[in-house]
Design a protein around this ligand. Structure first.
Ligand SMILES: NC(=O)c1ccc[n+]([C@@H]2O[C@H](COP(=O)([O-])OP(=O)(O)OC[C@H]3O[C@@H](n4cnc5c(N)ncnc54)[C@H](O)[C@@H]3O)[C@@H](O)[C@H]2O)c1
Length: 313
């Protein structure tokens, strides 16, 4: 019996070792989209020793992304290597050595293990990109999208590698926020899923997993909560200032819902809620808000335009 148990344990651990060996260890990463999210993802991937190519539509945009990454690295280094400025300078140099840029995704994707897409939140544009890259990326390459509101399954269906396709949802600002939601569609293989979990850990994040459902975990809870705050205000039950104070002091949230809406952008929030409303028109949590629609129409989009629920000028 003891022998059988030992034999079983050995067999099980060797099976686990084989499965682990099959997992893809990501070394070369291509990040498409050098905006707010893509630049952050490229930064944390390069800082953790991956070779990264950051792709965007023009050299001008990429220059801006690289400058942003350099500034962010300086901030991170100041904290991380407060007493060791030399080690800090070495860390920045090493990270930047791991990072190159390109305007031609097709030309760089042939030598990549993982493509992370962080371009504009538009289904057709993303589908078109994935369909094109699918023809040029090696067989083993995993594709991942950082989309906040689109279905990963629909993006995966624009390729022939649905088993090597998943969601990697980072949070803003990427270098600071510890969470990554790893999204598994019904077609994502276990090996792909585990490779994405391992990659998330390798870049210093804490991964959680979720099925391919609207908003995944965080936004599925956060967006209806913010919309409920707007409805509370619309009904005249409380002022927006008091709602913000209440949630900060009563629930311990770092920002109130109106401050958060202004930070995220009212256009982005409207885009998400409108998309979910069209999927589930009878769900009261996904109902559009006349006040939010009015502010977006007036181009009061939050912090980025100087005015949203609050004024910033
Ligand atoms: N902003 C957030 O807080 C946040 C958080 C999590 C996820 N996301 C998701 O991340 C993605 C990117 O968001 P963002 O806020 O970084 O947007 P952004 O507008 O800051 O950046 C998008 C970048 O993609 C580039 N781009 C557009 N089409 C391209 C193409 N075909 N090829 C190469 N580059 C292209 C643009 O030039 C731009 O630089 C979206 O899917 C969004 O839903 C955003």
């Amino acid at each position: 019996m003891a022998f059988a148990t030992r034999h079983f344990v050995r067999a099980a651990s060797s099976a686990a070792a084989t499965a682990a060996a099959k997992k893809l260890i990501v070394k070369h990463v291509t990040v498409i989209g050098g905006g707010l999210m893509g630049a952050g993802i490229a930064q944390v991937a390069a800082a953790s020793g991956h070779t990264v190519v950051l792709v965007d539509q023009s050299d001008e945009i990429l220059k801006k992304s690289t400058k942003g990454i350099e500034e962010s690295l300086k901030r991170v280094t100041k904290k991380k290597f407060a007493d060791k400025p030399e080690a800090g300078a070495e860390f920045i140099e090493k990270t930047l050595k791991n990072l190159t840029t390109s305007t031609d995704a097709v030309a760089v994707v042939h030598s990549t293990d993982l493509v992370i897409e962080a371009i504009v939140e538009n289904q057709e544009i993303k589908n078109e990109l994935f369909k094109r890259l699918d023809k040029f990326a090696p067989e083993h390459t995993i594709f991942a999208s950082n989309t906040s509101s689109l279905q990963i399954t629909q993006l995966a269906n624009s390729t022939t590698r649905q088993d090597r396709f998943g969601g990697l949802h980072f949070f803003n600002p990427v270098p600071m926020m510890k969470l990554v939601e790893v999204i598994k569609t019904p077609m994502t293989s276990q090996k792909t899923f585990e490779s994405l979990v391992d990659f998330s850990k390798a870049v210093g994040k804490s991964p959680v997993s979720c099925k391919d459902t609207p908003g995944f975990i965080v936004n599925r809870l956060l967006v209806p909560y913010m919309m409920e705050a707007v409805r509370l205000f619309e009904r005249g039950d409380a002022s927006k200032e008091d709602i913000d104070v209440a949630m900060k002091l009563g629930a311990g949230y770092p920002m109130g819902p109106f401050e958060l809406l202004d930070y995220v952008g009212l256009d982005t929030s409207k885009y998400i809620i409108d998309g979910w409303h069209s999927l589930e028109p009878n769900n009261p949590l996904f109902a559009p808000s006349p006040l939010l629609n009015k502010l977006v129409e007036e181009k009061k989009l939050g912090k980025k335009t100087g005015e949203g629920f609050y004024k910033y000028k």
